[in-house]
Design a protein around this ligand. Structure first.
Ligand code: ADP
Length: 470
């Protein structure tokens, strides 16, 4: 039964309809055949009984006068005019054979010895009908008339063939009807399940189902719409909270940072300086988080603006690597550039933010490793920059999820700090430039790829984009 869960509703409906039709048809055909065969036999018995009656009446006097020859003649004449009769036997009062006659082509079946009373018996497709022969003083003998039922069986075979053809035709018809009917029921269910799946996979909770039905599917669809509305409302409140909280935190944090830097300038004591530096590092960490949260709010509200300019991305990456070499001198960041300039049209600060984040991740998620390789190459349509590290890598199946908001892989959540916002912001920045970002798993570590369209006169990006993100 459990396997049935994997069969689609569509197919289940068709199977149910098919089985119901088969059972009804089967019962109907069986009942029809049984009644038909019984009716045929009854009619045949009645006919034979009538014949036996007539012969009996005619043969009564031959029995009285012990005229076997005359009795045999009566039987012979009967069989000749009635081809369905295979044989007939007249017994005397003591049950001894008095006269008999049989067709020459009769299939031999021993005639069951019957008894006095009238009745009928079927043995091996042969029907035997018995009748007492009455004289003036009562029973003088008996007669048995045999008829072959071969024709009944051949007739039935024909009926079986016709019935089988009709049943096949009816099954086909019921399959077609089931297929048409199921689409009325399953279409709405399939639509509901597809919409739910899309909403789960894409995280787009604006999806609605247009189903005003009053049945269970209609109720399910309306409940789904209400659930989506609740999710949207909760998300809106969460986004609003993040936006307000990060705005409210930004100003006090800036002044705290200012005070700490002021104290740093005043103090000459080395011990105090160490404490102040630690405080400053933590404030900067908070500052980065608030900056990321503000970016997320901008993305969510469609207010992330780009100031486009044409610049050499090779130069920008060289500068970014230079900054990282100062920040993290233990790491060796190799750059495989290309000869000449590599112009792209983009927001320079935002692109720098993307590569700062990718290189920062490459260092952060490669504990114990010191090498990071950055490459740049041009294809026919794109400029592709890769950032390769030899660190912990991305677990199987999470390559897409890491670009979602607040997503962190299971292998880092406990021991490497982070908020799961950097790649989400990167993806949105790159996307807004008409580019692509993706990650490849390596045998050790991973490679992030960023592709920007080459600058052409027909580049789709216009200066100062501020349209809402999709
Ligand atoms: P954060 O690093 O603050 O957690 P990101 O959005 O930059 O946020 O990264 C999201 C997640 O992707 C990280 O938590 C980590 O699980 C994974 N990740 C990103 N870069 C790498 C990398 N170079 N190597 C391994 N995992 C990475």
């Amino acid at each position: 039964m459990k396997g049935g869960r994997n069969i689609s509703i569509k197919n289940k409906l068709v199977i149910i309809q098919l089985f119901t039709s088969l059972i009804v048809l089967g019962l109907f055909v069986t009942a029809f055949l049984i009644l038909d065969i019984r009716g045929y036999k009854r009619r045949r018995i009645e006919t034979l009984q009538g014949l036996a009656e007539v012969i009996g009446t005619n043969a009564a006097s031959t029995l009285q006068f012990q005229d076997n020859e005359a009795a045999r003649l009566i039987l012979k004449n009967l069989i000749q005019v009635s081809p369905r009769i295979a044989s007939a036997v007249i017994y005397d009062r003591n049950g001894k054979t008095f006269a008999s006659y049989q067709r020459t082509d009769r299939v031999h079946v021993p005639i069951p010895k019957n008894v006095s009373t009238s009745g009928a018996l079927t043995v091996n497709k042969h029907l035997f009908v018995y009748r007492n022969i009455m004289g003036p003083d009562g029973v003088v003998g008996s007669i048995v008339v045999e008829s072959e039922l071969i024709d009944l069986y051949s007739l039935n075979r024909e009926k079986y063939i016709v019935t089988a053809i009709l049943v096949c035709f009816a099954i086909l018809l019921s399959l077609i009807i089931a297929w048409i009917i199921q689409s009325f029921i399953s279409r709405r269910l399939v639509n509901l399940s597809n919409t739910m799946q899309t909403a789960t996979e894409t995280g787009d909770y604006n999806t609605m189902i247009n189903d005003e039905g009053k049945d269970e599917i209609g109720i399910l669809s309306q409940s789904f719409n209400r659930l989506m509305a609740q999710v949207r409302e909760n998300q809106r409140r969460k986004d609003e909270f993040i936006a307000v909280a990060s705005h409210e935190l930004k100003t006090p944090l800036t002044s705290i940072k200012g005070y700490i830097e002021f104290f740093k300038l005043l103090t000459t004591n080395d011990q105090n300086k160490t404490v102040i530096n630690k405080a400053l590092a933590n404030v900067e960490k908070l500052e980065r988080l608030i900056k990321d949260l503000l970016d997320v709010s901008k993305i969510q509200s469609g207010q992330l603006e780009l100031t486009l300019e044409e610049f050499d991305i090779c130069e920008l990456i060289t500068e970014t690597i230079g900054s990282w070499e100062l920040l993290s001198p233990h790491h060796r960041i190799r750059f495989n550039g290309i000869k000449g300039k590599c112009l792209i049209r983009a927001d320079k600060n935002r692109i720098e933010q993307v590569f700062m984040n990718l290189i920062s991740n490459a260092i952060k998620y490669s504990p114990g490793e010191s090498e990071v390789i950055v490459t740049i190459s041009n294809s026919a349509k794109e400029t592709v920059i890769t950032v390769r590290d030899f660190g912990i890598g991305i677990p199987e199946g999470e390559e897409e999820a890491i670009f979602e908001r607040f997503y962190r892989t299971a292998n880092v959540t406990e021991h490497i700090s982070g908020f799961g916002l950097g790649l989400y912001i990167c993806k949105n920045i790159v996307g807004k430039h008409g580019g692509r970002i993706w990650v490849h798993k390596e045998s050790k570590g991973c490679t992030f790829h960023v592709a920007f369209p080459l600058v052409t006169d027909s580049s789709p990006i216009k200066n100062k984009l501020s349209s809402k993100y999709n």
